[in-house]
Design a protein around this ligand. Structure first.
Ligand code: SF4
Length: 354
């Protein structure tokens, strides 16, 4: 263990076995190792942005077991917004100060490719300065297969219609055996990574998530991080890694034992140590709870996402994010936890120290 700790302290890269051993460290010792790296890069700054999540449809042809959002799962209320509704929602968000709209949908085979693409075009026409973060790699894979297009073609359409960056969703867990059990039929791990690689090759940035706390092992988590690290070495296109804590309500995935807060914090810390080439680690409060996200700042996380305003996917499965959080409250919480709230834009340029 000593040699691994020394490697971390000397900022040397660690491998899968070494990362797994770090889970055996005492929580606070591990937290301190991760915290030192965070402090070197960001001091006491904690980033957030003023954003709005828009989830335009919950009709989905896929059947992920962990999903509580899709109308083909346990959600009894199918909906598909019109493009006008999407644009009006974005306008209202901008009026309330949002600088980013995060647009993520289910895989709706009835909506049509143009509905997806035109919604971005119209939002950009109405709000030329807003940053559009839209279409996960899973959605891109769905659109490509459903409408017989290549990934490149879908990405061309995204760029032409004003999409600025890609969110990190749909990664779930890369380990193929677990992926088969929780979201068979959805984009494969290999294709998820390939889509991000193409996106990065266009000079664009994206994020990467990891859904954990269900039936995966610690080894699956570290393997997931290592696959991201490998691609990041090639492209440098990931801005942020977002470990998403599995939400347990209203879905079909049987999970016997839920993670302790200790295990969640250790996973944040290990991601900060393993992912030496992805600058930002986000504690997405919508899935971790705001209290744990604030604590995660001491375990390597330097980003708390944003005010969200409204969110439908995680909240369908039990997360307390349905109505986002007021800006003043959010800032107050960061300050009271001993960190400096810094508003950032979607590409991590600093906008304002609050
Ligand atoms: S997680 Fe996404 S792709 Fe899977 S069923 Fe739910 S909405 Fe569809």
């Amino acid at each position: 263990m000593k040699s691994i700790i020394n490697k971390v302290k000397n900022r040397e890269r660690i491998n899968l076995d070494e990362a797994l051993k770090l889970y055996d460290l005492e929580l606070l010792e591990l937290g301190e190792l991760a915290s030192k790296i965070r402090e070197e890069k960001f001091g006491k700054k904690s980033y957030f942005n003023i954003n709005r999540h828009i989830n335009p449809t919950n009709v989905c042809k896929d059947t992920c077991k962990f999903c509580a959002y899709s109308a083909t799962r346990k959600n009894p209320n199918p909906y598909t917004m019109s493009i006008e509704e999407i644009v009006n929602t974005a306008k209202e968000a901008a009026r309330r100060g949002a600088k980013e709209v995060h647009i993520v949908s289910a895989h709706n085979p009835e909506a049509g490719l143009n509905w997806y693409i035109d919604s971005f075009k119209k939002v950009k026409e109405a709000l030329p300065n807003i940053h559009i973060k839209a279409l996960t790699a899973a959605e891109i894979h769905f659109l490509a297969t459903e409408y017989n297009r290549s990934y490149d073609e879908i990405i061309d359409l995204m760029i032409e219609s004003g999409v600025d960056s890609m969110p990190g969703g749909g990664a779930e867990i890369f380990a193929e055996d677990i992926r088969d059990k929780i979201c068979k039929g959805k984009v494969s791990s290999k294709d998820w990574l390939k889509i991000h690689e193409i996106w990065h090759s266009r000079g664009k940035k994206s994020n990467a998530t990891m859904l954990f706390g269900h039936i995966e092992s610690r080894e699956d988590r570290v393997d997931h991080m290592l696959r991201l690290r490998e691609l990041q070495d090639k492209t440098g296109g990931f801005n942020c890694f977002i470990p998403l804590v599995y939400q347990r309500e209203n879905n079909y995935l049987k999970v016997e034992k839920f993670l302790t807060a200790k295990e969640i914090l250790k996973t944040y810390a290990i991601s900060r140590i393993v992912l030496d080439n992805i600058p930002n680690i986000k504690a997405y409060w919508a899935t971790s709870t705001i209290n744990l996200a604030l604590l995660a700042q001491e375990f390597g996380a330097n980003d708390l996402d944003g005010t969200i305003q409204k969110e439908s996917i995680q909240s369908a499965a039990g997360a307390a994010s349905a109505n986002g959080m007021e800006l003043e409250e959010f800032i107050g919480l960061i300050k009271n936890s001993g960190f400096i709230p810094v508003e950032r834009d979607s590409l991590y340029n600093e906008l304002k120290v609050w």
